[in-house]
Design a protein around this ligand. Structure first.
Ligand SMILES: Nc1ncnc2c1ncn2[C@@H]1O[C@H](COP(=O)(O)OP(=O)(O)O)[C@@H](O)[C@H]1O
Ligand SMILES: [Mg+2]
Length: 363
């Protein structure tokens, strides 16, 4: 059985690595030649508008999926016309456009920060005045790691912010004074079975995820149930198959949906060591219609992204419970090169968190 993956980044690489023990083979498609997944699977390089190359990719696949939410919907539709593709193109279309995403949340009565669509500098000025300052401008499409965003503190900043995002269609939303950021990794199988991982707490700096604590400290069953009920409505509405990540802002016992990713997610990397079944394996099980594996956390995990500079691997490995994952990428400022999951059954966990943190020089 061959699983096709559109996108050859680290997520594709980890999907393939999770699938080999199940006897699966992988075929990866990416636009760029040097992709992290290239070393671990059959690799096809091609543009997303090259239908003959996509045809070649689709041939003989059992199922196809994607690990990158900016795969053009037309490319996804083309592949879906040749072979089963999960999640379906509609999920991709919704999750790659912040306006569609937040509109869907509103339809499903999932709270999020107040927002408006903006198409011009004058739209932005008017919408920001209605929403109030501070607020946040975000391009509808193609933003990641805080790119394509600006915080507006006062009206005079409108013109520069609009130029800063190059006048791209955008949304402006209320700035949320959240207590913390949490995310939920949810999985729905082709058979309709659903599973949810425990909520995790995410720490960002400069718009980039730096660390994830799993499960989120002090996680109450009520909060977990709330997150699951929000996610279940999205899964049901989209007839979703695969892994879905939802980022929330936690504020006063409420969860405000920030954004969704129709794929495995950086805040779920801890599941490789720290959960009964990893998000990668469960994604594969889901798209094949196989039974999902249990999602309970085993012990406590703390995931650190390795950003910009290569780490001292042996020094990290000297910390008991530290697991190093490197993606085969060359160092560049702000680039995610790998991650470390510190997994422990509780004893000495906090001291070891400090030991790993001090060994990671985030550029
Ligand atoms: N409305 C908001 N209020 C406060 N902080 C925000 C808001 N939107 C985003 N942020 C901060 O910026 C980070 C990145 O924004 P996000 O919308 O998740 O974009 P992306 O992860 O695609 O770059 C969030 O994780 C959060 O820390
Ligand atoms: Mg985000």
């Amino acid at each position: 059985m061959i699983v096709g993956v559109l996108g050859g980044g680290q997520l594709g690489r980890m999907l393939a690595l999770a699938g080999y023990p199940l006897g699966l083979q992988f075929r990866i498609y990416d636009v760029v030649p040097e992709a992290p997944a290239e070393h671990v699977a059959e690799f096809l390089q091609g543009d997303f508008d090259d239908e003959s190359r996509l045809e070649e990719f689709s041939r003989g696949l059992t199922v196809a999926t994607y690990e990158f939410e900016n795969v053009p919907v037309r490319a996804a539709e083309f592949v879906a016309s040749r072979v089963t593709l999960h999640p379906a193109p509609r999920a991709l279309a919704v999750c790659q456009d912040r306006l569609a995403e937040k509109t869907l949340a509103a339809q499903l009565v999932i709270p999020s920060a107040k927002f408006e669509a903006v198409e011009s500098a004058s739209d932005l000025a008017a919408a920001a005045a209605r929403i109030g300052f501070p607020c946040m401008l975000k391009t509808r499409r193609l933003g990641y790691d805080g790119k394509g965003q600006a915080v507006l503190r006062e009206p005079v900043e409108v013109a520069a912010a609009w130029q800063g995002i190059q006048a791209a269609p955008a949304i402006v939303e209320q700035f949320v004074a959240f207590e913390r950021e949490v995310s939920l990794i949810a999985v729905r199988s082709a058979s309709g079975e659903c599973a949810f991982y425990p909520l995790v707490e995410n720490m960002h700096r400069g718009g980039i995820l730096r660390e994830t604590r799993a499960p989120a400290p002090g996680l109450e069953p009520e909060l977990q149930a709330l997150a699951e009920s929000h996610a279940a409505r999205v899964l049901e509405e989209l007839q979703y198959v695969g892994t879905l990540a939802i980022e929330f802002f936690e504020r006063g016992g409420e969860l405000l949906l920030n954004e969704m990713a129709p794929r495995v997610h950086n805040s779920g990397h801890w599941t490789i060591e720290g959960a009964a079944t990893s998000q990668f394996e469960n994604h594969i099980r889901a798209i094949l219609g196989w039974p999902l594996g249990p999602t309970a956390a085993v012990g406590r995990s703390h995931m650190f992204n390795i950003i910009g500079a290569a780490p001292n691997t042996p020094a990290l490995l000297a910390v008991p419970g530290a697991h190093v994952h490197l993606y085969g990428k060359s160092p560049r400022p702000g680039r995610k090169l790998g991650h470390v999951t510190l997994w422990n059954e509780l004893d000495e966990h906090d001291r070891r968190i400090e030991a790993v943190r001090s060994l990671i020089a985030n550029a």
